[in-house]
Design a protein around this ligand. Structure first.
Ligand code: S3P
Length: 216
């Protein structure tokens, strides 16, 4: 399976032991850069036999431009417009795991789309900022170590993810986004000490948990 293919790719693995509740047709992963949205989403989709779509890769396929080049040439506001359009299109699909870009929930239109599309559950993959930053650094040094295949080979974090070019500003964004991620998400998974497989297991268990989802 191609982790970041722009079009949904059929998952290759066998049916999951624990499918999500029947009314759910879309699982959306959110969280800051480095949260593992793409890696976890890819494995989750394979376990469910669903399609996987990475929103950044989808934007790239729709525009023919890389995310860094959209930022560099057209600026962040234009990127956010393209991101909202791609999200609206992606949410038209069913049986899909969708990995958002870290900034998508900051935009009110995107939050409304996510909250008002029936059968959609958003899950927040959480971790402390230093953990996330280190993961991004490692991915930038060795893109094959993560599944962010849209990143530039041998790119520095700021080149592959423009908003990490200034670490202090990135941490400020991280802090500002935390309550937004938490409010939007039906479930929050602390991934700091979990492997990808453990995160998927925790996520499926949480979706099937009889306890009411926590809304913050
Ligand atoms: C961004 C996160 C990136 C990408 C863009 C902006 C952000 O996606 O959408 O560089 O605002 O946090 P990832 O979270 O997949 O790295």
């Amino acid at each position: 399976m191609n982790a970041t293919s722009a079009e949904p790719s059929p998952a290759t693995e066998t049916a999951p032991p624990m499918p999500p509740p029947a009314h759910l047709r879309r699982l959306v992963l959110t969280g800051f850069m480095g949260a593992g949205k793409t890696t976890v989403g890819c494995l989750l989709a394979a376990r469910l036999g669903w399609d996987f779509l990475d929103l950044d890769a989808y934007i790239e396929s729709r525009t023919g431009l890389t995310v860094p080049s959209i930022f560099a040439t057209h600026g962040e506001p234009r990127f956010r417009q393209l991101e909202s359009q791609a999200l609206a299109s992606a949410l038209g699909r069913s049986r899909i795991v969708l990995a958002l870009g870290g900034g998508a929930p900051e935009v009110l239109t995107n939050r409304l789309l996510l909250e008002q599309t029936p059968g959609t559950a958003t899950i927040f993959l959480d971790a402390p900022f230093p953990t996330l930053f280190d993961r991004c650094m490692m991915q930038a040094l060795n893109p094959a170590s993560g599944s962010a295949e849209h990143m530039l080979p041998n790119a520095l974090p700021g080149q592959a993810r423009p908003l990490l070019a200034d670490p202090a500003a990135a941490e400020t964004r991280f802090l500002a986004r935390q309550p937004i991620y938490r409010r939007l998400a039906r479930h929050t998974i602390d991934t700091a000490s979990l492997t990808t497989e453990e995160t998927v297991d925790a996520l499926l268990a949480r979706l099937n948990s009889p306890t009411p989802a926590r809304r913050r």
